[in-house]
Design a protein around this ligand. Structure first.
Ligand SMILES: [Zn+2]
Length: 303
């Protein structure tokens, strides 16, 4: 063993470098230990090279990713700012709507909700702004978008409720003609066509050129409170519309609703006839408001 070690230690390798014809060859004597050292050094350099190359690849990849992330953040920051601008326009429209509907300001409703913070200003990018500032700007602008959208939602649902209420009122207010036809006797003083005396005619009488089976339509949504014979009215339908309004349809030939029925505006409730005190087929149409007859002409559209 000792001998083997000694032989290796003293062992040499000779490298002959032959430059070509005419020149003398040079001899390079390298000991085994030196050769081993050289091999180890080469392996070490190789490993270090691979390691540094890998690190460099990872580093440049990280730089590229970071650059992309910064671009992405700038893009979203800009999007948020543009969204805030759009929301300003929506606020204007909402404010106009409220004005047209003669509603209170949006603040009246919003103030009933626990919403934190003041008005807030859109924070725009500054040149050479730091990352912390960028982050703050982004976060607070996003918070503002969220708050504004929430406010719009509150306001729009308020407008929705308001319109629904108005629509209900409109549908419950007499506003259409009871039949297709023309007026033969208006609202006001007249000489009664049968009795011959002066009297106040608290209705409009309408005659249909189609005469028989002309449908009579409820002029507003409501509930039927009378559906049957009523003295000189003949066959009578009375509809209570709520909000102080009711309508009467007299001299019907046929009634197709019953007391207690809910009727929609435009729904057929009876047919034109000459029952009761009437000289011919017509509908005697009355509109009552708060217990008094009013001129039905004030409650028809598109005369
Ligand atoms: Zn009449």
């Amino acid at each position: 063993m000792k001998r083997l070690l000694r032989r290796w230690f003293l062992g040499k390798m000779t490298i002959i470098i032959a430059p070509g014809k005419g020149s003398r060859a040079s001899h390079l004597h390298l000991s085994y230990p030196f050769l081993s050292f050289l091999s180890l050094l080469l392996i070490g350099v190789l490993i270090a090279g691979i390691y540094f190359a890998d690190t460099y690849i990872g580093y440049s990849k990280a730089i590229r990713t970071n650059r992309a992330l910064v671009q992405e953040r700038d893009y979203y920051s800009q999007q948020v700012e543009e969204t805030l601008d759009m929301l300003e326009k929506v606020k204007d429209i909402e404010s106009n709507l409220r004005g047209m509907l003669e509603m209170g300001s949006v603040r009246d409703i919003i103030e009933n909700y626990p919403v934190g913070g003041s008005e807030g200003e859109v924070i725009s990018a500054l040149p050479h702004s730091s990352d912390i500032f960028e982050r703050y700007r982004f976060d607070s602008n996003v918070a503002m978008v969220r708050r504004d959208v929430w406010e719009q939602e509150q306001s729009l649902s308020d407008i929705e409720g308001f319109i629904a209420q108005k629509k209900e009122m409109l549908l419950s207010t007499p506003s259409i003609w009871p039949i297709f036809g023309y007026i033969t006797s208006g609202y006001g003083w007249r000489t009664h066509p049968i009795r011959g005396n002066r009297e106040f005619h608290r209705a409009i009488d309408m005659y249909s050129p189609l005469e028989k089976n002309t449908p009579i339509r409820a002029t507003a949504r409501g509930r039927v409170v009378v559906a049957g014979w009523s003295g000189s009215y003949g066959r009578l339908v009375v509809v209570d519309h709520g909000n102080g309004f009711s309508t009467r349809y007299a001299h019907c030939s046929n009634i197709i609703v019953e007391q207690g029925d809910r009727v929609e505006q435009g729904q057929i409730i009876a047919y034109v006839g000459r029952s009761g005190t009437a000289t011919g087929n017509h509908v005697h149409y009355e509109v009552w408001y708060r217990g008094k007859p009013v001129n039905p002409m004030d409650f028809v559209r598109g005369r």
